[in-house]
Design a protein around this ligand. Structure first.
Ligand code: AMP
Ligand code: MG
Length: 491
């Protein structure tokens, strides 16, 4: 019996789309954590996966039957500069499975050793970034945001050399696919229209099957990616997520959040917030994300021009029309989401002004993003709970003036206060991966080989919309608002 029901389609693309490469074995694999529910959903026996053969596979020490390990080729704009060849330099795609819900999913090992795309890199990953990606990607999934998933983290028993010597690890990651905007760019930059077409056909069949039968399937593909990215970035903003490195090679054509590196969540609300130490100019700051997504989608559209129409003017017109769909789609998702966060179901004149006014007051008063919205759920139920919201504002009267207008608008909804509060709690998380908690979790694991905080924080973040009084401290904001927090690329 084969342990993993592989069914690989990417390897049927032209050879130049990837390089065949098995993972490089590691010294002493040790399972840190297994996502048993995800394994079962993929049709893999969790007990087998947690056993010696499974762990050997997760570490890259053995290649399971049916796998076709490859490193995929891609290019990308990094901070606006085009790099014609990036590719999987430290990740090996083992293959694909069709899960219990009928969805095709990649199983990839990140940190699996060198590939032809490694350039000067060692092909490895350090434990800290692996645990960070594990925790944050699973938290995003629990929040209901499209994302790659974490199947397992395995310690390698080897050290990786970064600024210091750090414990190494491998992350087994599951994704709808690993096709990036940069994958299209790799071939477009080489004038290889046939490969762009093959890739587009693959992406259509895999991610946008309804578009395959459209009158203009490649235009429908672009429309589809535009729509999913608009929705995705809106979902990020609504939970205060800053991806941190929205290079075109880190943008998934399937519309999932991918490549968790220097990502982090807002504490105090300020749209200019950026955490990444290498993002000196704030190109990828919180509030820049919609504009950057559109910029990246424009790069995707450029790669598709030869497929969109025979004559160039018509192709450009089609691309511009598709890209023009981003703004309205994003605005509807973002402002619709903000309205729901405030307990407003319908869409009335003035709602956008009301939500934007709150955000402006929050920014001016350094109010914690997550706590403000969560405490507003209580305030919707009991006006006495206003005190908890006011406390979050440097000048509490900034809240008072807004709250009068909000209450007037809520009254017009005509819904019972308890029902409003329940609806609000379902979209305003109590728990997000707070940067200071993530940092403490990583430090315990890396410095003391203590995975207790990882286990506890993971369990709390699996139920982000539930009050968990025993774990209330994980909802607390950091001292000082957290704006000086810095993240580093997860290499
Ligand atoms: P990232 O910053 O993770 O999006 O990676 C950007 C590029 O650098 C990709 O092509 C990665 O494969 C490559 N890369 C990052 N870290 C390493 C590493 N340790 N060894 C080899 N390649 C790497
Ligand atoms: Mg990347």
């Amino acid at each position: 019996m084969t342990a993993i029901p592989f069914d690989n389609s990417y390897v049927r693309l032209p050879d130049r789309c990837f390089a065949r490469r098995a993972p490089t074995p590691v010294a002493a694999p040790r399972l840190i954590h297994l996502n048993r529910a995800l394994a079962a959903n993929l049709g893999i026996d969790p007990d087998w996966l947690a056993g010696p053969d499974g762990v050997a596979m997760l570490a890259g020490n053995s290649v399971p039957e049916g796998a076709a390990p490859i490193a995929t080729a891609y290019a990308g704009h990094q901070f606006g500069n085009f790099v014609p060849q990036l590719g999987d330099g430290r990740a090996v795609l083992l293959g694909e499975v069709v899960d219990r819900d009928g969805r095709r999913r990649d199983i990839q090992l990140k940190g699996a050793g060198q590939t032809p795309f490694s350039r000067r890199g060692d092909g490895r990953a350090a434990l800290g970034p692996v645990l960070r990606e594990y925790l944050v990607s699973e938290a995003m999934a629990a929040l209901g945001i499209p994302t790659t998933r974490a199947l397992a983290a395995v310690a390698t028993g080897e050290r990786v050399v970064r600024e210091t010597r750090l414990p190494g690890a491998v992350l087994a990651r599951v994704a709808a696919s690993h096709i990036r905007v940069g994958t299209f760019q790799y071939f477009a930059a080489r004038g290889d229209t046939e490969a762009v077409r093959a890739l587009a056909d693959h992406a259509l069949a895999r991610h946008y099957p309804e578009a395959s039968s459209a009158g203009h399937p490649y235009r429908a593909l672009l429309d589809g990616v535009v729509a999913r990215q608009a929705d995705l970035v809106a979902a990020w903003l609504l939970v205060g997520f800053v991806h941190g490195v929205m290079n075109t090679d880190n943008m998934s054509v399937a519309g999932e959040t991918i490549d968790y590196g220097p990502c982090a969540f807002l504490d105090a609300y300020d749209p200019r917030t950026r955490f990444s130490s290498i993002d000196a100019h704030g190109r990828y700051a919180y509030g820049q994300q919609p504009g950057i997504a559109l910029w990246n989608l424009t790069r995707l559209a450029e790669t598709l021009l030869p497929l969109l129409a025979d004559d160039e003017a018509a192709a450009v017109e089609a691309a511009e029309a598709a890209l023009g769909g981003f703004g309205p789609r994003f605005e509807a998702a973002y402002h619709g989401g903000l309205a729901r966060k405030l307990g407003l179901s319908g869409d009335r004149d003035g709602d956008t002004a009301l939500t934007d006014d709150l955000l402006e007051r929050m920014a001016a008063n350094r109010a914690d993003f997550t706590l403000t919205f969560r405490r507003l759920c209580d305030a919707a139920e009991r006006p006495e709970a206003d005190a908890g919201v006011r406390d979050l504002f440097v000048d509490p009267t900034a809240y008072d003036a807004w709250a009068v207008r909000w209450r007037g608008r809520l009254a017009a909804e005509g819904r019972a206060p308890a029902a409003t509060a329940t609806a609000m709690r379902a979209v305003n998380p109590a728990f997000i991966p707070r940067n200071h908690n993530v940092e403490a979790m990583v430090a315990a694991a890396v410095e003391h080989d203590d995975f207790g905080p990882f286990e506890e924080l993971s369990a709390v973040l699996a139920r982000p919309y539930d009050d968990q009084p025993a774990h209330a401290r994980y909802a607390d904001a950091p001292e000082g608002g957290g704006a000086d927090y810095r993240t580093f690329c997860g290499t």
